[in-house]
Design a protein around this ligand. Structure first.
Ligand code: TXA
Ligand code: MG
Length: 315
């Protein structure tokens, strides 16, 4: 009997799409040199074809095969943060198919820190892998979530347990030789990067010409309405509107009188770990809406806040 990893490698090499665990969220993978397999990913996710995919590699030195004009600060960042939850956007080389970049001349590259993902990539070569969910919805942090979202449209789902980070990687636009711009926040923030670089090269305040999910107002959405509250009074108002039929995820408030509730952790990494996981539980429950208390608007909470703002934008 072939192992799951052997099966995955075989399927990927023959044009299949396979859901794989990474340390951030589950990804829906295809071989980067197989445009037809990449098109299957867009179809399975219902994703617009101009929305670029991240290229996942297993060796730092491969960066130079797929990206050019690499600023020296990028070398310092990958030495420190790869493998890990950092995606770097750079000018692409001719080896990168425009099918995966949505026709852009840039490519987003990351080396994931999950042993299963790394072993598969070592054997197949680079994989493209967006989050393994329906476009615009909550990313999956377990194999079961992938099954619920994509089920039959994937050839194999590898169960690697729950993702330890729980939200997607931080994405930086590194196409400028002098500075980088964060285009999607994640667990790693500008000060993590700047501490390693010893200067303020990475920032969030400049506008990037790169368009990323940050530019969509609504993303990461549960099915049920999601509302943010920051004090008891706001929670009471929301709750009344939905006849107290709410799933409540407080952070600092001690919430009473709700049947369905989960206290979110008061640490940004722990909160991120729980965020999508708890939203999925709430979404699958028998209530009318979800109310969540966002963390303070400070840098370490940036990744979580960005997701909460977008997830609640439509409601
Ligand atoms: O943690 C992650 O990054 C996960 C795991 C599976 O690696 N992947 C992930 O992929 O979140 P996805 O496709 O759901 O989100 C990647 C985002 C896309 O929305 C896209 O806008 C942006 O990265 N992106 C990728 N390449 C880009 C490029 N060349 N230019 C601009 N944006 C890019
Ligand atoms: Mg996604």
């Amino acid at each position: 009997m072939p192992t799951q990893i052997e099966q995955a490698v075989q399927l990927l090499q023959t044009g299949g799409v396979v859901a794989i665990p990474t340390e951030t969220v589950y990804g829906l993978a295809a071989c980067a040199d197989q445009p037809d397999a990449i098109r299957k990913i867009f179809k399975a996710k219902n994703r617009p074809e101009n929305h670029p995919l991240i290229l996942h590699i297993a060796n730092k030195k491969d960066l130079a095969l797929y990206a050019k004009n690499i600023p020296s600060y990028v070398d310092a960042l990958i030495q420190h943060f790869w493998p890990g939850p950092l995606t770097i956007i750079l000018k692409k080389t001719d080896l990168v198919s425009p099918v995966l970049t949505g026709g852009n001349d840039t490519v987003g590259i990351r080396m994931p820190a999950h042993p299963i993902a790394l072993e598969i990539i070592q054997r197949t070569g680079p994989l493209v892998a967006p989050s393994a969910n329906q476009f615009g919805k909550i990313s999956p942090t377990t194999a079961e979530h992938v099954r619920q979202d994509l089920g039959d449209s994937v050839d194999l789902i590898i169960d690697g347990g729950r993702c330890i980070i729980g939200i997607e990687s931080t994405i930086i636009d590194a196409t400028n030789p002098d500075h980088a711009i964060i285009v999607r926040q994640g667990l790693l923030s500008a000060s993590d990067f700047n501490e390693v670089l010893g200067s303020n090269l990475v920032n969030t305040t400049l506008d990037s010409s790169i368009s990323a999910p940050g530019n969509l107002k609504s993303h990461y959405c549960p099915e049920k309405p999601l509302k943010l509250f920051s004090n008891q009074k706001e929670l009471d108002l929301i709750s009344e509107k939905y006849h107290h039929n709410c799933y409540v995820l407080p952070l600092s408030l001690a919430v009473k009188n709700f049947q369905y509730t989960f206290q979110m952790p008061n640490d940004s990494a722990d909160y991120a770990y729980q965020l999508y996981f708890q939203l999925r539980i709430a979404d699958g429950s028998d209530v009318a809406m979800i109310a969540i208390e966002p963390p303070p608007d400070t840098e370490i909470w940036g990744g979580v806040l960005e997701r909460l703002k977008k997830a609640s934008a439509n409601h």
